[in-house]
Write a protein that binds this ligand. Structure first.
Ligand SMILES: [Fe+2]
Length: 284
């Protein structure tokens, strides 16, 4: 990396809307930083240079006219920017910490190679279709970046404790974290997908955690034996360290932003409960 500026910070400037006085110059400086960091190609930087004196001009129009996109890394950058935009209108605890982590993101020295996962191939299209009307820009950004991400099943639990339903029906991709294309110290953020009607059994971990679901409704409970609360899309869930939580996925695949704001390498553990079979059989 040849610039000291975090890409998250540069992204915020790159995506300042056209019309704001001085925004053309702001976008060009941001594009220069991203080019220096190897995040966008020279042809794309040239478009931002041309638009530097044109505060009212949207550079993405000229990019499209020239048949240019932001490239492979650019798709990831656009996703980071859209996730931040989505968080910026979210209320509640943890959101500010997550946005601070995003702003501090820097390119990882060894980004993972993209890989798909069967749960993504099967369930991501339905999740994106469900959020298209309410979150068109984010839907497009996730769709464009999904092939550039390294998807895996979260398999760090004993298989018999976490259950077959979750084990075979989930996938996640790190965007900012030790195993992701970007990193920001002790911080982990990415996308998480679970198949319809599956249960992510009661569990807890040292890391404070934010979920921002883009689809819904889904059921949640915060301790074995407590009632299931049904929450809509875009209602954030903040879990304090070691707070128990369970997710019962609804009729559409669960797709969310997840973030661990510290203790990102800590392990999660399943908390025993005797009603999982009933919850797993229930149709929400
Ligand atoms: Fe969790």
């Amino acid at each position: 990396m040849t610039t000291e500026r975090p890409v998250g910070e540069a992204l915020r400037d790159l995506t300042v809307p056209p019309g704001v006085p001085g925004s053309g110059r702001l976008r060009y400086v941001a594009a220069m930083d991203l080019w220096l960091a190897g995040e966008i190609p020279a042809e794309t930087l040239e478009v931002y240079r041309i638009c530097a004196a044109l505060d009212g001009e949207d550079p993405t129009t000229l990019l499209a006219a020239r048949g240019l996109g932001l490239g492979h890394r650019g798709a990831l950058l656009r996703l980071l920017a859209e996730l931040d935009r989505c968080l910026s209108v979210c209320p509640g605890p943890g959101v500010a910490e997550v946005r601070a982590g995003l702003a501090a993101a820097r390119p990882s020295p060894a980004p993972p190679a993209p890989r798909l996962h069967p749960a993504v191939t099967t369930h991501l299209p339905a999740a994106l279709a469900a959020m298209q009307a309410t979150l068109p820009e984010l839907t497009s950004a996730i769709g464009s970046a999904s092939g550039a991400l390294a998807w895996d099943a979260y398999d760090r639990y004993p298989p018999d404790r976490i259950g077959e339903g979750f084990r075979t029906g989930n996938a996640f991709a790190v965007l900012v974290g030790d195993d992701g294309p970007y990193s920001a110290g002790d911080f982990d953020l990415g996308l998480f997908l679970i198949a319809p009607q599956r249960v992510y059994r009661d569990h807890r971990h040292a890391a404070p955690e934010l979920y921002l679901p883009f689809t819904g409704p889904h059921g949640w409970r915060f301790g074995p034996g407590t009632p299931l609360l049904v929450k809509p899309a875009l209602e954030p869930v903040w879990n304090e360290p070691y707070a128990p939580h369970l997710t019962k996925v609804g009729p559409v695949p669960f797709l969310c932003l997840y973030a661990w704001t510290r203790d990102a390498q800590s392990a999660a553990e399943v908390i025993p409960a005797d009603d999982w079979p009933e919850l797993e059989a229930r149709i929400l």
